[in-house]
Design a protein around this ligand. Sequence first.
Ligand code: IMP
Length: 501
Amino acid sequence: MKQRLKLIADEASDYIYIAIALLIYATGVTLFLLPYEITTGGVTGIASLIFFATGIEVQISYLIMNAILLVLAIKIVGWRFCVKTIYGVGLLTIYLWVLQRMVEDDNGQLPHLVGDQAFMAVVLGALLEGIALGICFSHNGSTGGTDIIAAIVNKYKEVSLGTVLMLLDCIIISSSYFVFVGDEGTTKALEKIVFGFTALIISGMTLDFVVNRNRQSVQFMIFSRNYSRIATMLNKQGFGVTVLDGTGWYTRTERKVVVVVARKRQSVNILRYIKIIDPYAFVSMGNVQGVYGEGFDPMKAKIKKAKPTLVFATNNQHKLEEVRKIIGDKFEIRSLEDIGCKVELPETSDSLEGNALQKAQYIKKYYGFDCFADDTGLECAALGGEPGVRSARYACEDGGADHDSEANMKKLLKNLEGKEDRSAQFRTAIALLYKDETLVFEGIVKGHIISEKKGSEGFGYDPVFMPDGYNETFAELGSDVKNKISHRAQAVAKLCEFLIK
Ligand code: IMP
């Protein structure tokens, strides 16, 4: 409850600070930038350009442009980003309108408060703009405009907001040349650009100063015999304290080092506390570039979510491509070669499932990756499921080589000679070891073995296998058709369905 109240109070104070900041911003624009025709960046810059070129008041084009950008932003980035932006845009529109009405003369002309000292106007206008934006950003506010564009761009590309904003501002200021060159000539138009960039730099530096002023931090290293009292005292005052072990090298004695990181504005207090306890303490104090963690800033660096890696225990490019295509970019699929595995994986089981599992377990055990492996066999009914798990080595027993497709098919056709039942099926088992789970997916395509080879595509037994519903063998159908209906495609589809889920 207490925390909720604090959150609400913080939010409310944000809104109040943003309101004050935008009033300062509108003052700078109305009193210094508009009367002296100075274009700074952002959508206010574009709106000013429109005003100088057409006389349409700044707040009107500012509101229209922001409304369009906001509709886009709500769709793309979401409501959360937009609430404070809508508040900021609305308030600034009103401020700009009211302030202009308050200060303009009877002809609607804005006053030249600093006479013909245009450069003075640049400095004052930019200072007010920088201070205002600094306060606004420190309280999570936004004046809309290019912030919205930057947030949208940032959603898709890893470009820093600063880079996007700077690029947009440069384009906006440079284009003021075309607005002024017609009426005022090249020199005056160039002068306006120089003023514009000067204002941009001054407001940028002021903004940085305001934003970082409260953020500047220091790190104390305190060497004292009374380290424990100092550490306790600083702790009691609300500072985070760490005590490190050190060795004074001259005396070779153990020393404790008290380390404290704090905001710069608190440094005098810290020194005071130290001095009260040990006026002879040896203290070093250094500026730190950034402090992240509890009580300080959140780390802003974006971490790209790494894709989970899965090893497919194969070096068969054809199988790899097939699986990568179906799984999409949700997983990074690596081959055996990718993980530097050059050994022949064990396949000594008497079942397809057993072999697939054996291969996957080998990778998990020796390489530590989640992984899946497959094994396929051709099973002929008339041969009692032969060659099955021995499909690759079918002809080995008769002196043929491993994976010798020609010899394998020859043996198969010979064994089926005179058999009436030539029905057969390709069966693939894929074993997956994923996190703590072990799963097996199966894919089957039914068909029959024809009496002689047909077709030249594919591999293995493709030229003699004709899938049900087709009048051509796998070797004639080609990879496009085969990849849609094959045993492997079906098992892979089940695997992918599980992984994607
Ligand atoms: P693997 O262990 O998945 O490579 O399959 C073992 C053997 O089955 C291979 O050497 C091929 O002879 C055969 N085989 C596997 N898949 C196919 C296929 O899609 N068409 C034809 N033969 C295959």
